[in-house]
Design a protein around this ligand. Structure first.
Ligand code: APR
Length: 272
């Protein structure tokens, strides 16, 4: 279906106050230019690089049932997934600018790198739907594990184990693995989606539920904008869908230019 709107329409509606409640869903594509490979882009995505680890299938590395008996592959790649000292991208800064202008109704991120918050998105405006690296527990007995010991494990790639003598469980960061449920607040926060007057989806293949279903909850008639290298999900099925295919960073700069926010955006990003 041909779209009724273009990027100029989106900029005009934001500038004239027609759009004030933007709900955003982000995925790994907004962190690739920060140095974090995504998962599914052929050849460069993480899942195409795991052959040496001899996994039964690529996603097994993030499946709780596989991790429970074979945690080694996860720790072999933990360092390249851990935020460490990454700088947020201009796309993360754009989300922080939306929040600064009171236009960010809510942000759902599938990423665990925490770069949205590092860029300045207020914590009460974001849900880390797939958890994050901020804490870690024994997968078996749920005992807490010290941050400094976890940092060492991530750096060395050595599997850390539970400190309780009677437990032999491996330690897992508090990220949501396949086979685990999302944070309970996901069900509560998803009620923000139908409240949106614009849905913005950036850098995700929309391959993993339940996040992949969020864009379908947007009210009929409001613009849904996909900024992504490829068309994904059900984008294009609605007249008010707009697919801006390309790099997130280039496209947020183009949108910022149309909004007259470019200098403010670059300044905000420089300070992250
Ligand atoms: N600009 C725009 N789009 C990009 C860029 C970029 N610089 N880099 C990658 N992309 C796009 C890819 O084309 C792809 O459509 O981002 C998408 C990334 O898709 P995935 O690699 O599948 O990542 P994501 O959608 O976040 O995966 C969802 O799957 O493995 C699980 O838990 C993991 O949260 C992750 C979930």
């Amino acid at each position: 279906m041909d779209s009724k709107i273009d990027i100029q329409t989106i900029a005009d509606r934001i500038k004239n106050g027609q759009v004030t409640r933007i709900v955003v869903l982000t995925g790994a594509g907004i962190s690739t230019s920060a140095g974090v490979p995504d998962f599914r882009t052929p050849n460069t995505g993480l899942y195409d690089k795991l052959a040496p680890l001899k996994l039964p299938y690529p996603e097994a590395i993030f499946h709780i049932s596989y991790f429970s008996h074979t945690p080694e592959p996860f720790y072999a790649i933990a360092r390249c997934r851990h935020p460490g000292n990454l700088k947020p991208t201009i796309s993360h800064a754009f989300l922080a600018l939306l929040a600064k202008k009171n236009l960010l109704h809510f942000l759902f991120t599938q990423n665990i790198d925490g770069l949205e918050e590092d860029a300045g998105v207020p914590a009460d405006k974001v849900l880390w739907a797939h958890g994050n690296w901020k804490s870690q527990h024994c997968w078996k007995c749920k005992a807490e594990y010290p941050d400094d010991l976890m940092k060492t494990a991530i750096q060395t790639g050595e599997v850390p184990y539970c400190l309780r003598p009677e437990c032999d469980g491996a330690i897992k960061p508090d990220v949501v693995f396949f086979g685990q449920s999302l944070p309970a607040e996901f069900d509560v926060k998803q009620s923000h989606v139908p409240e949106a007057d614009l849905m913005l989806v950036m850098g995700t293949s929309l391959k993993v539920a339940p996040c992949s279903q969020l864009p379908r909850l947007a009210k009929e008639g409001i613009p849904r904008v996909l900024i992504n290298m490829e068309r994904t999900g059900d984008f294009g099925n609605r007249e008010e869908d707009l697919c801006i295919l390309g790099s997130c960073d280039d496209d947020v700069r183009q949108l910022a230019d149309l909004l007259g926010w470019r200098d403010e955006l670059e300044g905000l990003w420089k300070d992250t």
